[in-house]
Design a protein around this ligand. Structure first.
Ligand SMILES: Nc1nc2c(ncn2[C@@H]2O[C@H](COP(=O)(O)OP(=O)(O)OP(=O)(O)O)[C@@H](O)[C@H]2O)c(=O)[nH]1
Ligand SMILES: [Mg+2]
Length: 360
């Protein structure tokens, strides 16, 4: 699977058409009045969110997108045709930044809803034809306007997947095995670190209509926030999740201590600066810890030490095997509770749009 999560594009709205300079010429009407029509406005560029897309791959080859020119005005007061609009389809979760003249980038919009369409670059106005300028003192104006250029922008599109649940943990902890167990996603699984290089999404269906989206992201290591391993590049995909599942390998396969693993990854999450729309940081999200690989638990003391460490901190821990499925139903129930709570909170925030949690 190809996955592109950041692209830069250039969009150009259409130039407006020129107004016409024209005078009526008809039989029996000598010296006809001015009848130059207005130019048509140029087409605009829009972005539209589409649920069936999950990458920005379409933007990898074509980088410049132009809307149509407005047609020139014509005689007989004929207005030029409007330029054709262009709507670029992007996946839900696309954040749009505009590059400023000084090189800085400013977020201009965020497409989060299926079917949402946002005007990005407005077409230029068409010019007035000379018919507009007739007055009682000037019945034969020769004045007309050119069309105006359309807006032109350099954009950076950044896809932040919209998942309810993020799986985090060291490389090789079993994140991809977990998502393939609990959803229909089939990512690559292998016995070496950094098998997963791009995020994978899966839908988990529980009984009834309870379902949620899980993201499996590349593994983290100590120093990820300073760029070690794959860095925190992929953590931005988790900014909008409602709960994190922290997977810790409690078998001896890792050669590390599970308590240390938990602390290291927790510290990396705490150092990640990104926030979601409500100002929440990754470290503020509810965490469910999955002590994984209990089918291969050669030293039960490893699980017990992790359990004691977390119980002290009031964090729930589920002993599971992503390989055999043991313990997963209980873990998913706990995850669902947090997802449902997060959704209820989002719905309440949406119903109360005046409240701005970032500024208060
Ligand atoms: N015995 C046992 N092995 C497991 C379990 N879960 C995962 N593994 C093995 O652990 C190795 C790594 O699993 P992955 O699912 O690829 O791990 P990951 O966390 O996605 O790793 P990265 O993508 O590199 O970050 C594979 O050999 C899996 O078969 C488990 O519950 N029990
Ligand atoms: Mg993986």
């Amino acid at each position: 699977m190809s996955f592109v999560d950041e692209v830069e594009i250039h969009v150009v709205a259409g130039h407006g058409g020129r107004g016409a300079l024209s005078f009526r010429r008809e039989k029996f009407i000598p010296r006809g009045g001015p009848d130059g029509g207005d130019g048509g406005p140029g087409g605009s560029v829009y972005l539209g969110a589409q649920a069936n897309l999950n990458t920005l791959l379409n933007f990898r080859f074509q980088k410049t997108f132009e809307a149509g020119r407005g047609a020139h005005g014509e005689g007989s007061n004929r207005r030029g045709k409007n330029g054709t609009d262009v709507t670029l389809a992007v996946p839900i979760g696309t954040v749009v930044y505009e590059k400023q003249a000084d090189g800085s980038v400013v977020q201009i919009t965020d497409l989060t809803i299926e079917g949402q369409r946002v005007l990005i670059a407005k077409g230029g106005l068409g010019g007035h034809g000379n018919a507009n300028y007739a007055t009682s003192t000037n019945r034969a104006p020769r004045k007309f306007q050119p069309g105006l250029p359309g807006e032109e922008k350099d954009l950076r599109l950044h896809l932040k997947l919209l998942a309810d649940v993020g799986l985090v943990g060291y490389p090789n902890a079993g994140k991809s095995t977990m998502i393939s167990r609990i959803s229909a996603a089939r990512p690559k699984i292998a016995d070496y670190p950094f098998t997963t290089l791009v995020p994978n999404l899966g839908v988990v269906g529980l009984s009834g209509d309870r379902s949620f989206v899980v993201a499996d992201v590349p593994g983290l290591i100590e120093g990820a926030h300073t760029g070690h391993g794959l860095g925190t590049r992929f953590l931005s995909h988790l900014e909008r999740t409602k709960v994190l599942v922290h997977i810790v390998d409690v078998s001896s396969m890792s050669g590390r201590d599970p308590v240390d693993d938990y602390d290291v990854i927790t510290r990396e999450l705490a150092l990640f600066p990104g926030r979601d729309a409500s100002g929440e940081r990754l470290a503020d999200k509810p965490v469910v810890v999955a002590a994984n690989k209990i089918d291969a638990l050669d030293d039960p003391g490893r699980l017990e030490r992790l359990r004691a460490h977390l119980t002290e901190r009031g964090i729930p821990v589920h002993a599971v095997s992503a390989a055999s499925g043991e313990g997963l139903p209980g873990m998913l129930k706990a995850v669902w509770r947090d997802v449902a709570e997060g959704r209820a909170r989002d719905a309440a925030a949406a119903a109360d749009p005046v409240h701005d949690p970032v500024s208060d």
